[in-house]
Ligand binder design. Structure first.
Ligand code: SF4
Length: 234
């Protein structure tokens, strides 16, 4: 595993679970609002050290009985070739596992689900399928996004879909398209895009047009509520 960051405690990243957070290095997307730009660059190009996996397992061994779960986020965790083995080791220690993913590797998600190696999956829906080309750094088959959505709805023990709401990736029409993509989903999170961040593309933060007001966020929520069981604005 290429691990670019590690947080020892979190009460907010894994619903109902006291967890630590492992940040994997490298992502195949280039969302301009990404607030973890250091984690987007590929492991080979990263300057500075990566975390040693052994130290994380030593930490987990010591925290048994205090911590309940491990969140694996990124970057994009499914790009890690040994993710399945990593989750297997964590599960063997008795921890619950939450995976955050952009949904580009449904094969990996399926493997984790089939082997009961993940308890909760949070998947980003960036925009409507037609607009995904604006956020990816290399060509990929957008059917994979649709496959990942189906997998979560049909097989995940618990899941949520979430969208960072900013223009031009989201508008009312796109929110309807997203609704059609995830129709029947149990939970959807609308994340307000913050300007108080370090972003992958600093220019993105400069334009007022890219951001929604609270009122506009709730208008988007009203739209998605026609498609999902529950939704939350954050
Ligand atoms: S916000 Fe986008 S670029 Fe950043 S880690 Fe997530 S998918 Fe990758």
């Amino acid at each position: 595993m290429h691990i670019g960051g590690f947080q020892k405690n979190s009460l907010i990243d894994f619903p109902g679970t006291i967890a630590c957070v492992v940040f994997t290095q490298g992502c195949n997307f280039i969302c301009p609002y990404c607030h973890n730009p250091d984690l987007v660059v590929s492991p080979s190009k990263k300057t500075g050290d990566l975390y040693d996996e052994k130290e994380i397992f030593q930490f987990l061994e010591k925290r048994k009985g205090f911590l309940e779960g491990v969140v694996i986020t990124g970057g994009e965790p499914t790009l890690q070739t040994d993710l399945t083995l990593f989750c297997e080791k964590i599960k063997q220690m008795g921890y619950r596992v939450k995976l955050d993913s952009n949904g580009t590797r449904p094969e990996t998600v399926a493997k984790l689900l089939n082997n009961q190696l993940v308890d909760f999956i949070s998947m980003d829906i960036k925009t409507s399928i037609e607009n995904y080309n604006f956020v990816i750094s290399r060509k990929f088959d957008t059917d994979k996004i649709v496959k990942s959505i189906q997998l979560l709805i049909e097989k995940a023990p618990a899941y949520e879909f979430r969208t960072t709401c900013s223009r031009p990736f989201v508008n009312q029409e796109i929110m309807r398209d997203i609704g059609e993509m995830i129709k029947g989903a149990s939970k959807y999170i609308l994340q307000k895009c913050s300007r108080k961040i370090v972003a992958l593309d600093p220019e993105f933060l400069k334009s007022d047009d890219n951001f929604f007001s609270d009122k506009q966020m709730f208008e988007l929520k009203n739209i998605i509520d026609e498609y999902v069981v529950s939704s939350v604005v954050r």
